[in-house]
Design a protein around this ligand. Structure first.
Ligand code: H79
Length: 432
């Protein structure tokens, strides 16, 4: 009997040691603080901008049109965004109610949009522009109190050491030079973190292209956190979070949904969440994409994300001259107008308080709940599952008008006769 107990104790010890090893990353206090701030910010601007913007057909053009790397590289000669003005971009983000910006420092085409010594294929050395827009943007963001984060592609269509398309054996591509490529990424990430010390996050993408390769995340993540423990790492690998990551990304899907088809294996973890979407159908500038989402669709996306405890990163693809097209900025400013009136029910709130309802979602802050009625039921009533909590008042956030309600075992039923059917989102403020 004693021996059995001893064996069990030993086994427990072994399992515990194993569990610790696979999740050995302990976020710093500054990182935990950054996560809270991140969750408070709720709304960010995603920017896809690169030499592909010149062709006006999205950021995948090199791949989809099968343009050989050495021909594609010529685009750098024509990339000269004379109208780029960091002040305008940051002011637009701010007026639109966004609290942070995430911009492509390098996309799958491998072109670096920042000043790098690791490759001559970059905006300073290879274009007539000769300047570093990300430096300008970083400085402006600091001035305006907007957080800046960098998107960074793991996948590279052009570099020989990456050897796109190579077979993978034993965690390495058979062709190319995997160690060289990993070192190249480490050098660039070191540059991004040390030369732009204000940046708050790295957004990785492209993992899904090489499922069986060893990306050396343990080393890469440790390097980033060693250089600056506060930096939040996210990776768009469409899987459950891995050790060392600080926020979980969803592409074109609300957490828990898989409508875009990328998120089947994206088990929701315990770190902060962010979902990204496009304003039309494209990430990079697309001349021919007029499939613009409406203000209502995008406000609903923001609210639905917040109700599921996720941030919303909304993308624009600026034009090759550095301007953001008016169709985007007009819509963004209207979203900003909505947030000016309703921001209290978004910023600083937490979601997943109750499951999404047929009429909408709930966000909460301290002792207040905000019930967002996105679809006004024909009955002109909604039932909020408040459980045992005793509700004191229900008011319309817009105008503070008191609403009639009934509370019983089935929940809290609110009379919405006074709500306008025109409203993008009827926000009800519940106090307990
Ligand atoms: O950076 C953006 C995309 O370029 C990147 N992630 C976001 C944030 C992304 N890469 N791949 N995917 C998203 C999904 C792949 C979609 C594809 Fe296709 C379908 C690639 C080829 C067929 C879309 C349609 C791109 C080209 C055609």
């Amino acid at each position: 009997m004693k021996r059995n107990v001893l064996i069990i104790v030993l086994l427990l010890f072994v399992f515990k040691a194993d569990a610790q090893q696979s999740s050995s990353y302990v976020p710093s206090p500054s990182n935990l603080k950054a996560r809270e701030k991140f969750m408070d910010m709720k709304f960010g601007l995603f920017i896809h901008w690169g030499i592909y913007s010149v062709l006006g057909d999205g950021e995948w053009i090199m791949h989809t049109r099968k343009i050989p790397y050495y021909n594609y590289k010529r685009l750098a000669d024509f990339f000269n965004p004379q109208e780029f003005n960091a002040k305008e971009w940051v002011a637009l983000a701010k007026k639109s109610g966004m609290k942070y910006i995430t911009i492509t420092s390098r996309h799958h085409d491998g072109f670096s949009m920042f000043n790098t010594k690791a490759s001559p294929y970059n905006i300073v050395d290879a274009t007539p522009y000769k300047k570093d827009p990300l430096k300008e943007l970083a400085d402006e963001c600091v001035k305006e109190g907007i957080e800046l984060r960098f998107y960074y592609s793991l996948l590279d269509w052009g570099r020989e050491d990456y050897s796109f398309g190579s077979k993978i054996v034993n965690g390495k591509p058979v062709k190319g030079d995997w160690d060289s490529y990993i070192n190249f990424m480490k050098t660039q990430l070191t540059e991004l973190i040390t030369n732009y010390p204000s940046i708050k996050g790295i957004w990785f993408d492209g993992d899904w292209e090489r499922k069986d390769v060893n990306w050396h995340y343990d080393e890469i993540y440790a390097l980033i956190h060693k250089l600056n423990p506060e930096i939040m790492i996210g990776n768009n690998h469409h899987l459950a979070p891995k050790a060392g990551e600080d926020f979980q990304l969803f592409e074109k899907d609300l957490p828990g949904n898989n409508t875009a088809g990328f998120s089947a294996e994206a088990k929701i973890g315990t770190i902060p969440l962010e979902t990204c979407e496009t304003m039309n159908g494209s990430w990079g500038f697309n001349l021919n994409d007029r499939n613009y989402k409406s203000v209502k669709q995008l406000v609903h996306y923001l609210v639905n994300a917040a109700g599921r405890d996720a941030n919303f990163l909304l993308n624009v693809g600026p034009m090759p001259n550095g301007k953001i097209q008016p169709e985007f900025s007009d819509t963004l400013l209207k979203i900003g107008d909505w947030i000016k009136l309703n921001g209290e029910s978004i910023y600083g709130t937490r979601g997943n308080i109750v499951a999404a309802q047929p009429w909408g979602v709930v966000t909460a802050k301290e002792k207040i709940w905000y019930a967002h009625v996105l679809t006004l039921p024909d009955s002109k009533t909604v039932t909020v599952p408040v459980g045992n909590k005793k509700v004191r008042t229900v008011t319309l956030l817009d105008g503070n008008r008191k609403l009639k309600f009934k509370q019983d075992k089935g929940g809290l039923t609110i009379d919405l006769e006074a709500a306008s059917a025109e409203s993008l989102d009827t926000v009800l403020k519940l106090t307990f």
